[in-house]
Design a protein. Structure first.
Length: 205
């Protein structure tokens, strides 16, 4: 199955108070760790959806990765739109594939086996979407089949992604995983400290 990844990094980092993509863990920017996690999982292309300070992010990354494999797309209305808008932009910029992973840019610690687990589940069950779960709760990154992409692009109702998943519920499968990375983001300073400690311990071990 040919997969791409959509990395959502358009937000204002308002709760964190500092710009999250540039936060460092082991000498590397958080956003780089997020990109690398997708490439390690075998995705063909990552579409990074940018907004606030997007040009700074692009300028720092454009020479680090193959430009055909890391593509930058801008959500110019990042301050007034929700995540679904960025997802639609990322999907529209994606090269042909069979499914796309969705990952917030501040979740850099997802283990490769988690990406592969949802991929394998989708292949086996022919589902429209596959989510990893921890203790029964859905986590990132979901894998979304391109069979439902037109439906996502056409959705204009209330409720955003949550409502979309509700409408597709009968064709969504879940995969229990043991991956603390699915629980860690950087919404607050405390969250970031916990994430950095976790990743530094992983890298050091």
């Amino acid at each position: 199955m040919k997969t791409n990844g959509i990395l959502l990094a358009a937000g204002l980092s308002s709760r964190m108070k500092v710009f999250k993509p540039f936060l460092k863990i082991k000498g590397k920017m958080m956003i780089e760790h997020s990109v690398d996690s997708m490439f390690r999982a075998g995705v063909n292309q990552v579409i990074m959806v940018l907004g606030y300070r997007g040009e700074e992010v692009e300028s720092l990354l454009r020479n680090t990765y193959d430009p055909s494999r890391l593509v930058f797309k801008y959500n110019d209305k990042y301050a007034e739109t929700d995540m679904l808008t960025s997802v639609k932009l990322g999907i529209s910029a994606s090269s042909p594939c069979e499914a796309v992973y969705l990952l917030p840019g501040d979740m850099p610690a997802i283990h490769t086996r988690t990406f592969l687990a949802v991929r394998e589940a989708m292949l086996q069950k022919h589902a429209l979407a596959a989510f990893p779960t921890i203790d029964g709760y859905r986590k990132h990154p979901p894998l979304i089949s391109f069979k439902c992409i037109e439906r996502i692009l056409a959705f204009t109702g209330e409720g955003g992604l949550r409502e979309l998943w509700h409408q597709l519920e009968s064709q969504i499968i879940t995969v229990p995983v043991e991956d603390m990375g699915c629980m860690l983001d950087a919404d607050t300073q405390e969250d970031y400290n916990r994430l950095a400690d976790y990743m530094e311990n992983l890298i050091s071990s």
